[in-house]
Design a protein around this ligand. Sequence first.
Ligand SMILES: NC(=O)c1ccc[n+]([C@@H]2O[C@H](COP(=O)([O-])OP(=O)(O)OC[C@H]3O[C@@H](n4cnc5c(N)ncnc54)[C@H](OP(=O)(O)O)[C@@H]3O)[C@@H](O)[C@H]2O)c1
Ligand SMILES: CC(C)=CCC[C@@H](C)[C@H]1CC[C@H]2C3=C(CC[C@]12C)[C@@]1(C)CC[C@H](O)C(C)(C)[C@@H]1CC3
Length: 622
Amino acid sequence: MKMPTVKYQKGDTVMGRWPGSSLYYQVKVLGFDSKSQLYTVIYKDGTELELKEQDIKNVTGFQTRSRSRSRSRSPGRRRSRSRSPARTTRRSSSRTAAAVAATAITESTQSSRRDTRLKDTVEVRLSPVEQTKAAENSSNNKHEKKEENNTASKVIEKSEAKVEAESEKNQGPYNLRRRKADGDAKPAEAKPDQPEKKAKEAAAPSTIPSAPLDFGGKIGAYFWLLFLPAWVLFVILQGNLTDPSLINAPPPLPPLDTFWDAQALCFVILWILFQALLYILPVGKLSEGMPLRSGVRLKYRTNGFFAIMVSAIVVAVAVHQGADLTYIHSHFLQLATATFIISVLLSIYLYVRSRYAASEELALGGNSGNVVYDFFKGRELNPRIKNFDLKFFCEMRPGLIGWCLINFAMALAEMKKHNLDAPSYAMILVNLFQLLYVVDGLWNEEAILTTMDLMHDGFGFMLAFGDLVWVPFTYTLQAYYLVLHPNALSLPAVIAIVTLKLIGFYIFRKSNSEKNAFRRNPSNPKLSHLKTIPTATGKSLLVSGWWGVVRHPNYLGDLIMALAWSLPCGFSHLLPWYYMIYFIILLVHRDSRDMSECRRKYGSAWDEYCRTVRYRIIPRVY
Ligand SMILES: NC(=O)c1ccc[n+]([C@@H]2O[C@H](COP(=O)([O-])OP(=O)(O)OC[C@H]3O[C@@H](n4cnc5c(N)ncnc54)[C@H](OP(=O)(O)O)[C@@H]3O)[C@@H](O)[C@H]2O)c1
Ligand SMILES: CC(C)=CCC[C@@H](C)[C@H]1CC[C@H]2C3=C(CC[C@]12C)[C@@]1(C)CC[C@H](O)C(C)(C)[C@@H]1CC3
């Protein structure tokens, strides 16, 4: 960059104020943009920021800050332990831009959230220095103080209102850039029909970091590709046995032709098309997703509740007209096979189209270069055909609503099998509990946009198979099991199980809504009583309320609900407990995936959060 005649020159070592605080660090000037009048500076750990001239000072007139003074003055100090910067540095292995952020715990009140944030900056990870008295008293500095508040409040306005999008779009007075160390630059791929994009990407190295391999890496991907379908087959066959124990040897494989049923395939295709039609109807809200790396926010048609209501009416009319839904029970294996074929075809399509996707459209994982791993994990973050979002649709519609349809069919099959006028208590509980879970998910469909799958995971076999096959054909196992293995429940048992379900649901819903509301509008007045930790990305972390109890309160509620789903099936067999066991494994794994991802994103701010909120899912246990 050619430097015009400006106060500080490229290569100068100066003191740069950290946005939102009154602390200065030694930085090197990288350049000056005459248009925005901002200096690009680099901190010692490699973080780049754009600063105004007022926020830069000459090194003379500064002295090293005494740490104890800095810390004892801080209100946040009261809440946090292990504050030694040296110690923190040693501990935090994956320091990101956040590692240099002033990690503070802020208690925001409705009226003074912004001010409090300014005052509460308590900790820095570089050696902070402050100005000498003489320098502080200079008239220049008086002006500076006034200006400091202005600029700092701009930062906070930015981080509270349009946070993520802007910080990535490089628009505000301060500009937190991605650290170079955030990932390996990958060769840019571009759509052949987008020569402009291709040229741009070829010129600038891609910013897509490849995340560490998950799920056992490349070998793991082979394993899961074989194991997951085999497991679905195993549990379906087990459900038909008189003694369906998960620890029994697998039943003999039925002849190959029993897997295939053209009619079953037609039903599955019809169901998916029907759901797709409901999804594209211009009914319901258009919700914005979280900002992507490019700063863009995609729009999603969140009409899931409408879709399940219409589906329920259509199914009721069909049953009234004589449609025999017990077909679903008698052709469970064939329906699962047909859906599996569709999920494989969809995954192949997704993989092929991802080869033509621009690098900014790819997820952080799934770009290992290994075909099998990438096919399994998924490469493209938000594959869309026009406005039709394939990942969102698959996650929220055919499988999820199909789950309720299958449960209902199992209730009818139970009545038919045992000549009942009404389903058993156990069947009713399982149906109602899971219906509540799905309807709640669809009612709060917008909340899915802030979950890991939507924000971070690519769409590949894992999710396509998970959404279309795994959910409808394994999450229904309790109802499937009850058709052939009735379990009588006493009234007190029913009351106890319902109570447990409601407790779980309350924790699950409240915690998910709290995070979703906070992510959508961090300055939401309803959340102003909550304590937060700011991070260098502009986003904050909740550190009180539900997210101050454990790091994943939503998982806790979900697990309690899972327990309530299995209890109605009794303790005679392990099969109906499969969901509970699987769910513990899934959530523990998701928690550790999320931990690594958040540590990568938020650095020391995340470490601070983990020190403050010590337990992951179950208070005082785990
Ligand atoms: N039934 C099932 O099969 C099943 C399976 C999996 C999950 N689930 C449920 O689906 C829901 C979503 O789960 P999920 O795995 O996507 O995880 P999640 O807990 O909804 O999302 C994790 C993300 O939340 C943000 N976050 C973490 N701590 C925070 C804090 N203290 N303050 C503010 N934001 C914070 C982080 O993202 P950002 O900071 O980037 O926003 C983190 O990556 C959960 O209720 C879970 O139980 C159900
Ligand atoms: C194939 C395997 C082993 C894994 C795929 C995981 C996949 C089935 C789940 C990952 C995230 C889950 C999820 C729901 C369903 C199951 C998953 C897609 C969810 C849509 C269920 C309804 C809830 O209300 C929810 C919070 C919206 C759930 C979001 C996450």
